[in-house]
Design a protein around this ligand. Structure first.
Ligand code: GUN
Length: 292
């Protein structure tokens, strides 16, 4: 069994990005610039955005954090998006989600210039991804693809089962795993209504769990020699921890791991990769790799 070390892989990739950035700067180029809009004071969002700013520093990027209080209007937020769209010094930006309930998230996402949408949430990027055109791929699916590639996990012609059909993980992951240029696998998507879910899982060479139910995947659902990717990050109360919780994956790691060829732990698997792939997208934006 090989433990897929997302933390180490992310650190390696950030060092590679930093090296490329310093080369760009040495040749007279500008540092990539990522901006983040944070609305309100949600604890999880504060942590994510802080880590994104730190990752920018590690990669040699410029970063800007734009903060608004919870009571910002949709029009004010749209005006900020519009200003970042036209700021030639900003290569890419994100609006940290979730947004307060009075703001229409989809309207905000669609207002972002797709050429600066490094989250890959704009329908143009989602659509281009679905038909295999160059585009920004969202952080978690790109992180998983990157781990599979770096650990040389065979995917071509293999059976891949995805648990979960969310817009940010399940659906894009299925699209990417089926495409010739990425996974080239045979893909099945299972969800809360699927009949015979356990039997489907047992046939999987690659099992990607993204349902947000701690310990859902048990040993009897996993084929001997399978690769298991755990996307779950549920906060479970834990009084022994300083912050009062621990992260729990969708996979019952201790009993599943001995059956696997490869497995990602939680924490330290897919999680650390998501910020690093945001950095990869920002570098691509700065290099105008996908769009002019
Ligand atoms: N909230 C949780 N994950 C994400 C993400 O990847 N991007 C944004 N913008 N908000 C998030």
């Amino acid at each position: 069994m090989t433990l897929i070390d997302g933390k180490a892989t992310a650190a390696t990739i950030k060092a590679e990005i930093k090296q490329e950035v310093e080369q760009i700067v040495a040749q007279g180029g500008r540092r990539p610039h990522l901006a983040a809009i944070l609305v309100g004071h949600d604890g999880g969002s504060e942590t994510y955005v802080k880590n994104k700013v730190l990752a920018c520093e590690a990669c040699g990027f410029e970063s800007s954090l734009i903060r608004y209080e919870e009571d910002i209007t949709e029009e004010e937020l749209l005006a900020c998006v519009s200003q970042l769209n036209s700021d030639a010094n900003v290569d890419g930006f994100i609006v940290q989600l979730p947004l307060p309930r009075h703001i229409n998230e989809q309207r905000i996402i669609e207002a972002i210039d797709y050429r600066k949408d490094v989250d890959g949430f704009h329908p143009i990027n989602v659509g281009r991804m679905a038909i295999g055109l160059p585009c920004f791929i969202s952080a978690t699916p790109l992180g998983i693809l990157t781990l599979l590639r770096r650990y040389q996990v065979p995917t071509r012609g293999k059976k891949c089962v995805i648990l979960g059909r969310s817009n940010i993980v399940g659906k894009p992951m299925a699209q990417l795993m089926m495409q010739k240029q990425y996974g080239d696998a045979t893909v099945t998507v299972c969800h809360s209504r699927s009949e015979g879910l356990k039997e489907e899982c047992r046939q999987a060479d690659i099992l990607i769990a993204a349902i947000g139910q701690p310990g859902f995947v048990t040993a009897d659902m996993v084929k001997e020699g399978a690769t298991v990717i755990d996307v779950g990050t549920t906060r479970v109360p834990d009084s022994t921890r300083k912050n009062g919780y621990r992260l729990s994956g969708d996979v019952l790691f201790d009993e599943v791991a001995p059956k696997c060829s490869f497995i990602t732990p939680v924490p330290g698997g897919v999680g650390p990769m998501t910020i690093c792939t945001l950095m990869l997208n920002t570098l691509s934006a700065a290099k105008k790799e996908f769009y002019q």
